[in-house]
Design a protein around this ligand. Structure first.
Ligand SMILES: [Zn+2]
Length: 186
């Protein structure tokens, strides 16, 4: 895993699927798709394990078969579109049920879900399960896109007042930008 992994992502969410939506972002003005990078998926899985979003058992299961970036990107971009609009198409929720039916999950002693199959299908099932739980607990309505024009990240806005995915990165950058543009006008 790269040393700069921590700074690669603007923040780490407790939700697996939010971290997945955020596998694309702007770095130095250009959009970078982490899934397209060499070893991108392996690095992402290892990073989430280090952040305890995924456990070792889940990661080992997922890695037992090949994970295809192409299929994952279709899923990610579909859900990025879904959360980008206020007119959310409820029919797309059926696909989440379909993924978890195709690859059933079982639960370990800590009650954590482990997909019965690894690879792309296993990851899609685990992501779908995570999303169905979030949907049921009302988290979907609180998902927002970061207001920074230089950031693609989604986050869960619990308070209803949050504007940025991370105060440390996007909040401070935006504050600095506003301060600077104010100075120019003066
Ligand atoms: Zn942001």
């Amino acid at each position: 895993m790269e040393n700069n992994m921590e700074t690669k992502y603007s923040f780490v969410s407790q939700y697996l699927f939010i971290n997945f939506l955020n596998t694309i972002n702007i770095k130095k003005i250009t959009a970078i798709d982490f899934l397209e990078e060499k070893r991108g998926i392996d690095d992402w899985l290892a990073f989430l394990e280090s952040q305890e979003v995924l456990n070792l058992q889940q990661v080992e299961k997922l890695k037992s078969s090949p994970v295809e970036a192409k299929e994952l990107k279709v899923f990610r971009d579909q859900w990025r579109n879904y959360f980008s609009t206020d007119q959310r198409d409820k029919s797309s929720l059926n696909s989440l049920v379909a993924h978890t039916t195709k690859v059933p999950l079982y639960f370990n002693k800590a009650c954590e879900p482990i997909p019965s199959k690894g690879g792309t299908e296993g990851l899609l099932a685990l992501l779908s399960y995570d999303m169905l739980l979030a949907l049921q607990s009302g988290v979907f309505e609180k998902i927002k896109k970061c207001e920074s024009s230089l950031c693609y990240a989604f986050f869960v806005d619990i308070s209803g007042k949050r504007k940025w995915c991370s105060m440390e990165i996007c909040g401070n950058r935006e504050k600095a930008r506003r301060h600077y543009s104010k100075k120019i006008k003066e």
